[in-house]
Structure formats: structure tokens, C-alpha cells
Design a binder for this molecule. Sequence first.
Ligand code: C2E
Ligand code: C2E
Ligand code: C2E
Length: 88
Amino acid sequence: APRQEATSKIVLDLERLYDGAKEDLASVARYARAIQQQRGDYNGRVLSIRAVDLQALAVFYDCTPSELIERLADHGVLVADPRAFFAS
Ligand code: C2E
Ligand code: C2E
Ligand code: C2E
């Protein structure tokens, strides 16, 4: 079963996403940096992204949005519960 419903908020762990070892996610990382720039949101440990932006990225990765979510989850860059993330 998918670890995250398509309707729930997509929250990225930026430290893990920007980890240089994750070459497969280089384009997601570039996109996230662009979003941070557009919002002026530079100091966050996490980033909530728009569903439409996930769709655009899925086109780029030639997969469905839920497959891209699976891929992000496999790389450990999805935050399921941001509040629990900050509590830990
Ligand atoms: P915009 O789309 O005209 O949004 C203007 C402002 O409305 C945003 O300023 C933000 O305060 C708010 N806003 C718009 N959509 C949402 C939303 O779904 N949730 C929340 N919480 N607030 C929302 P902000 O954040 O300074 O962004 C400035 C501009 O940067 C946006 O103008 C948009 O053109 C672009 N941008 C920012 N973040 C994203 C993003 O995640 N994806 C895309 N495609 N563009 C973004
Ligand atoms: P926070 O900034 O103190 O926000 C606490 C809660 O207020 C959020 O819980 C959410 O329920 C609500 N909230 C804050 N800003 C918005 C908003 O723009 N739109 C809406 N609809 N609700 C908002 P949530 O989503 O579980 O996030 C928990 C924490 O995760 C946030 O605490 C913040 O520290 C972090 N976070 C989540 N998304 C982002 C992001 O895109 N950028 C940054 N810098 N931090 C984020
Ligand atoms: P959120 O702030 O809790 O917003 C949830 C959903 O409400 C958004 O899902 C979008 O469908 C709608 N929404 C909220 N504010 C606006 C708005 O100003 N204009 C429009 N057209 N729709 C709005 P979405 O787009 O999938 O975004 C998911 C989350 O990504 C947002 O949760 C927010 O945390 C973040 N986000 C998206 N766009 C922006 C943005 O421009 N600036 C900031 N700071 N955060 C954004």
C-alpha cells in the first residue's frame, strides 16, 4: 500500500533530499531549491510542496505521481508527520 495518500500533504526532508549521494533525486532537489527561492523559505528543515509540482516532476521522471511518492519514500526523504518530525 502507498505510504502516503495522494491527497495528503507532500512534505520533503530537505537534509536527506540534498544529501549528495541521492543522484536519482537530483532533479527533485533542484526543483525544491527553486521553490525555496520563490517563497524566500531558506531556513526550513522540511518543505511542503504543491500537488501540481509533484505531478510535473512525475512527468519528468516518466512515472505516475504515486510512483514518484514511492521513490521519495524509498529514499527516506518523505516526512509523514511534520509535527512528529520536529518532536523527535
Ligand atoms: P502565488 O502563487 O501568486 O502565491 C502568492 C502567495 O499566496 C504565496 O506567497 C503564498 O503566501 C500564498 N499561497 C499560494 N498558494 C498557497 C498554498 O497552496 N498554500 C499556502 N500556504 N500558501 C499559498 P509565496 O509563498 O511567497 O510565493 C510567492 C510566489 O512564488 C507564488 O505566487 C508562486 O508564483 C511561487 N511559488 C511559491 N511556492 C511555489 C510552489 O510550491 N510551486 C509553484 N509552482 N510556485 C510557487
Ligand atoms: P509551523 O510553521 O509552526 O506550523 C504549524 C502548523 O500550522 C502546521 O503543521 C500547519 O498545520 C499550520 N500551518 C503553518 N503554516 C501553514 C500554511 O501556510 N498553510 C496551512 N494550511 N497551514 C499552515 P504542519 O503542516 O504539520 O507543519 C509542521 C511544521 O513543519 C511547521 O511548523 C514547520 O516548522 C514545518 N513545515 C512544514 N512545511 C514547511 C515548509 O514548506 N517550509 C518550512 N520552512 N517549514 C515547513
Ligand atoms: P496548505 O497551505 O495547507 O494548502 C492546502 C491546499 O489548499 C493546497 O494544496 C491548495 O490546493 C489549496 N490552497 C491553499 N492556499 C491556496 C492559495 O492561495 N491559492 C490556491 N489556488 N490554492 C490554495 P497544494 O497546492 O497541493 O499545496 C500543498 C502545500 O504546499 C500547502 O499546504 C503549503 O504548505 C505548500 N504550498 C503550496 N504552495 C505554496 C506557496 O505558494 N507558498 C507557500 N509558502 N507554501 C505553499
